[in-house]
Design a protein around this ligand. Structure first.
Ligand SMILES: [Zn+2]
Length: 78
């Protein structure tokens, strides 16, 4: 199960790894990892970095499309 879904073109898994694990590796402390992950809405059990690159439209002030880092395919906002 992928939290961020899959690329509609090449089917790459767009999950980029656990946010909590990332901070745990950085700090070596579960308590600090909990706090840092919380800022991203993540916990030890869930919350993954997304690999798709958001394309932001300044005029609309929102992400309007995504870009796959593997095949460079671009698709509309889900
Ligand atoms: Zn792709």
């Amino acid at each position: 199960m992928s939290e961020h879904g899959y690329c509609p073109n090449c089917n790459a898994d767009l999950d980029g790894g656990s946010i909590w694990e990332h901070f745990y590796k950085l700090t070596g402390s579960e308590e600090k990892a909990d706090k840092s992950a919380e800022a991203y809405g993540a916990t030890k059990e869930k919350g993954q970095w997304g690999r798709a690159v958001g394309i932001y439209d300044r005029d609309l002030d929102r992400t309007v499309a995504w870009f796959c880092p593997d095949c460079h395919h671009k698709w509309g906002r889900v």
